[in-house]
Write a protein that binds this ligand. Structure first.
Ligand code: DC
Length: 230
């Protein structure tokens, strides 16, 4: 029996800024699985749109974006210093830049474009075809891997999420206000949940993890217990 037969797919979906990637990364490390942050892929395409004036006031120039899609190469590469899979956009490491608030403020309309989603979903499915993967996003358990062995839907109270994201960005030296962050989180959730194409929703067979009052360690233990139950 090959090793892959024991490996599973873990899909982590949920609301913005509730720590999905942190949990997913830790689980992947623990299990020696690949970790894929699909939000980084949508953010990289958004960064391209911002740099090429394909988005203005939240309105995406969809025909032009469709024309450019073949050129927008988005992929992950292992960073030997951090051992993290960084996101690259056409030959450039954009791992840091995609986290800026300007990208967060524009990512939802880009992620709602059907052609963008189809392309990125196909890449994600390819990455997970050998299993042994922890992938986080909004549509992993519903669209990308509806057959995933473990599906988790993560959430936390908006105020808690806003405070965590505010602390993270100010620590990095970005000048942002708590209110601005909170508004962005609430608006992104609203947009992601109501878009036509693959809206954010809990898969029927996903288990909910509300981490509002949980430490990182408690979350990790919680997920490992769910894995042990499989
Ligand atoms: O996980 P994140 O906050 O970095 O994701 C950025 C945005 O990308 C999020 O607001 C919605 C979108 N997204 C998506 O539509 N589908 C995914 N699988 C991942 C992210």
């Amino acid at each position: 029996m090959s090793d892959n037969n024991n490996k599973i797919i873990i899909a982590i979906d949920g609301h913005s800024s509730c720590g999905k990637s942190t949990v997913a990364k830790e689980i992947a490390q623990k299990l020696n699985y690949i970790f894929i942050d699909t939000g980084a892929m949508y953010r990289a395409v958004t960064l391209y749109c911002l740099r090429h004036n394909l988005i203005d006031n939240g309105i995406v120039n969809i025909p032009e974006l469709k024309n450019k899609l073949d050129q927008i190469k988005v992929y992950f590469r292992l960073n030997p210093e951090t051992q993290h899979n960084d996101i690259w956009l056409i030959g450039e490491n954009v791992e840091q830049e995609i986290r800026l608030l300007a990208v967060s403020n524009n990512v939802s309309p880009v992620a709602a474009v059907a052609e963008v989603r189809h392309r990125l979903v196909a890449l994600q499915q390819e990455m997970g075809k050998s299993k042994g993967i922890v992938m986080d996003g909004r549509d992993i358990g519903t669209v990308v891997f509806p057959e995933a062995e473990l599906k988790i839907f993560m959430t936390a109270q908006p105020d808690v999420r806003a405070q965590r994201r505010f602390d993270e960005l100010t620590l990095k030296g970005e000048s942002v206000s708590y209110e601005e962050i909170r508004a962005n989180i609430i608006e992104r959730d609203r947009y992601d949940e109501t878009r036509k194409e693959s809206p954010l929703r809990k898969a029927d067979d996903a288990i909910v993890l509300d981490n509002s009052f949980m430490t990182r360690d408690e979350q990790l233990k919680w997920v490992l217990s769910r894995i042990a139950e499989i």
